[in-house]
Design a protein around this ligand. Sequence first.
Ligand code: SF4
Length: 364
Amino acid sequence: MKIFQPEQVIVERGSEGSPIYDNLRRTLPQLPFHFVDDVAAANGGASAARDPFGSAKKKLYLAKHKGEFLKKCPGSEGQVCCNYFVINFASNCPMDCSYCYLQEYLADNSALKVFSNVGDLIDEADATLKKHRGVFFRIGTGEITDSLALEPYTGMVREILPYFAEQPNVLLELKTKSDCVDSLLDLDPKGRVVVGWSMNPQRVIDADEHATASLAERLNAARRVQAAGYRLGFHFDPMIEYPGWEADYHAMLEETFATIDWRKLSWVSLGVLRDTPGLKRTMRERFPRSQLLTGEQVLCPDGKLRYYQPLRIQMYRQMVSWIRRAGPTVKVYLCMESREVWEQVFGYAPSCEKELGNQMAPAS
Ligand code: SF4
C-alpha cells in the first residue's frame, strides 16, 4: 500500500505540547508546519477547489477536540443496533472510497484533522469505564476516520492503546482498510484490542476503494497482528452486488479463513451497500464512472438506499453459509439491518441492543 503523505501540516496553537505534535515533527521532518489560531478559519482554501472534499484530504490539521470523545454509535433508525461506542480521535480519512458516507456527513467540515488532546480522551474514557465496571463496552475508533491509516505519522494508537489494554470491561476496535500495523506489533494488547478489517474482493477495491490496501495486503497485516496477540474482526461491508459477485466473495472468504486462525476471530459483520440520495449526488460528481451508481436500490424507512430486501437476504444467507462452513463457531452479525432481515437470515433477531453487544464480549 502506498502510505498517504500529507502535503502540509497545520497546527492550531496550543497543540504543540501534545505527544501527537512530537510524533508528527519526528515522522514528517520534510514538511512545512504552519501555525494558526483557529483551524476552522484556516480551512477556507479547500472550499474554493474543484473537488473540495478531495482537496481537504491533502492537508493534515492538528487541533484540540473541544467536544466529547466517547459517544454511542448513532446506528440507523429502526435497524437492529449492536450497542457500539465510538471514540473519534481524528476526523476524515486520507483514503477515498467512492461510497464513503463521510462525503456527505463531513461535507461542511471536511478538514483532515487529528486531535491533539490525548490526555482528555483518556480521562473521559476512564471516567465512563470506571463508573460502569459491570458494563461491557465495545468501542471503535473508525467511525469518522480510518483507525490506522494515519498511524505511521500520528502514532495516536500507540498513545492510547496501553490505557485500553488495561481495562477489564472494554474491547477497543481499530477498524481499517489500510495495512499500517507496524507500530502495533511490539505493544501488548492484553486481549483487549481487536483490529478489524473492512473487506471486499480485489475487483471492488480496484474500482471503488481508492488508495486503500489491497486484499492481499489487508490479509497479510491481519496475519501479522494476530501473531502479535491481537484479536481480529472482519467487516464484509459494504457488500456489492454485480454479475459474478458470488464467486469473488466466496474466494475472498476462503482466502481470509485460510490466512488467519478463525478460532480466535472476535466477530464478523455483514452489510450491503448503503447510501442516500444526497451521497449519490456527490458520488456522481466525484466518481462519475463508478458502477455503484447504476445498481437498483430502494429507499428504506431510515432514509438510506439499499438493495431490495429479498436480494439482501439472499446475499446474507449465502455469505453466512460460506462462513459457517469455513468457521462454524464464528460470531456473525448484520450491520444496520431490520429485525425482519435478521429473522430471515438467522431465524432470530436480538431482543435488545445489549443482548447483541454482550454476545460480542470475549469469553475470558
Ligand atoms: S476507508 Fe472508510 S473512512 Fe476512509 S474513505 Fe474509505 S469508507 Fe471512508
